[in-house]
Design a protein around this ligand. Structure first.
Ligand SMILES: NC(=O)CC[C@H](N)C(=O)O
Length: 197
């Protein structure tokens, strides 16, 4: 059984847990405090509001611990606000949060909540069929370093990236009913014991 944590300070936590629980051989747990990080095989940083999540990480003294665990190789996947938390640089902001991924992100890059949209894209690394992508006050990657693999672009903007043990998507696979991205991340935890049909 693989255990995947979902950072549960704010945002779309339950939606990710529901997706994880629908995968055979996978259990999802809500991560609220340092002790919850023990024994997890991977961690999802959900969408929500990156400033709020960043503040709560500081308040609960989780920032240095998370940085250390991810640097040590803990597989992590940031969705939307989670992508912003992972970024080394945030456009027009003097500081970052975890600052681990070699990407520059533009927050709210598509406008306000009203400009949220859904589209489909083929992401060959993840699935042979086009995947539904939901963008909600989403960021995009304005710049990616040489060690960053671009997994997906939409209208020439980078929206999914991978760097070693880190995966980040500007969109929300947990809101689509399509589990391909969750399967991809679970497989990425390195324990390929699980093969999904
Ligand atoms: N859906 C999301 O996670 C939105 C992210 C949010 N706009 C932020 O900047 O933190």
């Amino acid at each position: 059984m693989l255990t995947i944590g979902v950072l549960a300070l704010q945002g779309a936590v339950q939606e990710h847990l529901d997706c994880l629980h629908s995968l055979p051989g996978v259990t999802g747990i809500a991560v609220k405090k340092a002790a919850d990080l023990n024994g997890i095989d991977g961690l999802i940083l959900p969408g929500g509001e990156s400033t709020a999540i960043g503040k709560l990480l500081q308040e609960f003294q989780l920032t240095p611990l998370l940085i250390a665990k991810i640097r040590a190789g803990l597989p992590v996947w940031g969705t939307c606000a989670g992508m912003i938390l992972l970024a080394k640089t945030i456009v027009d902001q003097p500081s970052c949060h975890l600052g681990l991924m070699d990407i520059t992100v533009q927050r709210n890059a598509y406008g306000s909540q009203l400009n949220s949209f859904t589209t489909n894209a083929l992401i060959p690394a993840v699935s042979s069929a086009p995947l539904p992508l939901v963008f909600i006050r989403a960021p995009y990657v304005a710049k990616a370093g040489p060690n960053v693999k671009v997994l997906a672009t939409v209208a020439d903007k980078i929206v999914a990236v991978e760097q070693g043990n880190m995966l980040a998507t500007a969109f929300h696979p947990e809101l689509t009913g399509n589990l391909e991205f969750h399967k991809y991340f679970v497989a990425k935890t390195g324990k390929q014991k699980i093969t999904f049909s």
